[in-house]
Structure formats: C-alpha cells, structure tokens
Ligand binder design. Sequence first.
Ligand code: PLP
Length: 283
Amino acid sequence: KVKSGLAQMAKGGIVMDVVNAEQAKIAEAAGACAVMALERVPADIRKQGGVARMSDPKMIKEIMAAVTIPVMAKARIGHFAEAQILQEIGVDMIDESEVLTPADYTHHINKHPFKIPFVCGARNLGEALRRIDEGAAMIRTKGEAGTGDVAEAVRHARQINSEIKRAQSMDATELYAYAKELQVSHQLLKKTAELGRLPVVNFAAGGLATPADVSLLMQLGVDGVFVGSGIFKSGNPTKRAHAMAQAVTYYDKPAKVAELSEDLGEAMSGQPVTDETRIFSYK
Ligand code: PLP
C-alpha cells in the first residue's frame, strides 16, 4: 500500500538541501516543508567527483535535532542497507537518489518492506510508475541537480505530462500495449490515466535556482519543489530561501513573483546542461 502521509503533507511545499544545522534552521525559518540532510550539495558532488554515498548518520542526527520540520536523507539507488540505516536513525523520508553514485544498476530498492516512505527521481512516466510499483510514496523529476539549469527539470515534467495525456487518449486495448511499451503495470497506468496525474505527489527537482523557476515548474503542474544547490550556493541564502518558499505559494501571481525576484543577490553561477555535462539524469 502507498505510504503517502508525509508526501501528502508536503504537497504545496519546498524541500531544501542543507549540509549542517545552521542551514537547516535557515530553511525552517524560510518556510521549508522539510529539509534534505546531506554532506555535499549536488553542485559540490559534481565539482569534487568521487563516489557519493549516504551521509554520516551523526551529521543527519544533528540536523534532526536542530529543526522541528521533517528531515529527509539520501540513499544510493539500490542500496537497501543504507536505507535500513536511515530508517533506523529515524529520518522521516528516504530519497533513493541518482545524485549519489548508484549502488545497483539493475535493481532499485524494494521499498515495500520499509516502514519509512521513499521519494524517487523520474525522467518519464515509465520510470515514475516503476518506482511507485516498487513502493515509492512520492516522485520528483530528476532534472540535472547542481547545475542551476532548469531545462532538464522542465523536460522531465513535460515528458511525464505528455505521456499521461497520451495514455488518457487511449482505449482499453491500446492501454495494454502502452503499458508494455513503458514497461509498467497496466493497472497502475490505467489508474494514472483515470486520475490524469501521477497517483502520488510529484515534485520538481534538479536545477531550480530562482523564484521564477519555481513558478515555471508549478505552472507545469508539479505539487511542490526540491531546491538543492540553488539556495545555499547563492549570494544571499536567507533571502533566496524565503523568496523560493513564497514562490511555491504564489506561483500563479506574476506580480508577487516579480516582487519576490527583486534584489536577491547573485543566483548560483551554474552550468548549462549539455550531453557532455549531463551526469545525474543520464542520457
Ligand atoms: N536511474 C538510474 C541512476 C539508474 O541506474 C537506472 C537503472 O539502471 C535507472 C534510472 C532506470 O531504472 P528503471 O529502468 O528500472 O526505471
């Protein structure tokens, strides 16, 4: 069964990446619905390279002690032992994340035996529904984390939308074939077509750096956003965190988003995504 409690609660919210208690407090004060505790934000993982693993449980516990909002943490794709550790120390949600180095290129974590909910990345409807079938309570676009380039998150949100619309236009016979093509359960695809959206909460992630980026993705129909490097790699994290959080609420009010976009200092410098620089969301 879908464990969607926290995901439902987070709906309409913003999850911010933080690497210490001080940043976690800034995120909470700015209105984050949750924080993602990690040792290195994606921009630094990208720059420094090496194998990226689950964070030190001590650091995660320090962040848990510093805030009252839910704390999420990342496990490597397929690394169910890291996920067991995160569940054991009491984090609120696990992100099975491509931002860390994958531990298993064939098998994602079977998320059903866990008591704790999972969020997983997806670039298209097939990936999203396979993750939900494995027990994910929440989906996020993969985007291209750590770049400050929103184009991949936009691509993935639009891809999922267009595949759902395609499924909705199909008759029963066609839907069986489409489920086969997408390598997903027919039942889950049918439910998605009936709902006209993913059957779990879907957030945008990967490259969002401005209140306008937040507004763009929210207008493309996502339920909320994750912001990684975009806040704490910017010139004025406190002000930008607040503006990004407000933008999730006022995304469809351009006058308000204009106001929120003023005088934020420097955005993260970023790196445009090309086939050569794309690393986290694959080809
Ligand atoms: N993302 C990453 C980082 C992967 O390693 C894999 C599997 O190789 C996938 C996505 C795709 O998984 P699936 O085809 O099961 O959805």
